[in-house]
Design a protein around this ligand. Structure first.
Ligand SMILES: [Zn+2]
Length: 163
């Protein structure tokens, strides 16, 4: 009897590319808009670090893990995801979710300003879309910058829209 369910995907259908000293996370499969790509795993902390991703008001997931064996790289791929001001994913309930259809080998990015209130380390943006803005978190965005991200925000940032 034929199954009507789709063939299971590999657990982490992404790859990490190192090019010119920078890491990039590439899609290893075609993803549809709204599809979950991978899960954010790691130790929770109440303060941000260089490699943490904020998931709640005082909740940060530490994406850095010591690379001890082949499987440890799989558990920290989000750490290598670059920021973009025109991202193709967002992080929602600790899941990386496609914002639009994404092709194979396309770089996966998210907008750090839609997870972080105040980043441990800011940096000048190299996404190529924003003219090199300093990325430091939602806290320092202009009212316009906040409004343009309104439909991507988790509740802990949406509730601070006017602060
Ligand atoms: Zn940018």
């Amino acid at each position: 009897m034929q199954s009507d369910t789709a063939a299971p995907r590999p657990y982490y259908p992404v790859g990490i590319l190192r090019q010119d000293g920078r890491f990039h996370v590439l899609a290893g499969a075609f993803f549809l808009a709204g599809e979950r790509i991978m899960e954010l795993t790691g130790e929770a902390s109440d303060r941000p670090s260089r490699y943490s991703v904020q998931v709640g008001w005082q909740e940060h997931v530490e994406t850095w893990v010591p690379l001890e064996d082949d499987t440890s790289l799989d558990s920290c791929q989000v750490r290598y995801m670059n920021h973009s001001c025109r991202p193709n994913t967002r992080i929602v309930d600790r899941q990386v979710v496609a914002l639009r259809d994404i092709g194979v080998r396309e770089e996966l990015t998210f907008d750090y300003n839609t997870t972080e209130w105040e980043m441990a380390e800011s940096f000048p943006c190299e996404c190529g879309h924003c003219g090199g803005q300093r990325i430091a978190g939602f806290k320092i965005l202009s009212a316009e910058g906040r409004q343009s991200r309104a439909n991507q925000l988790p509740e802990y940032l949406r509730s601070r829209m006017g602060q």
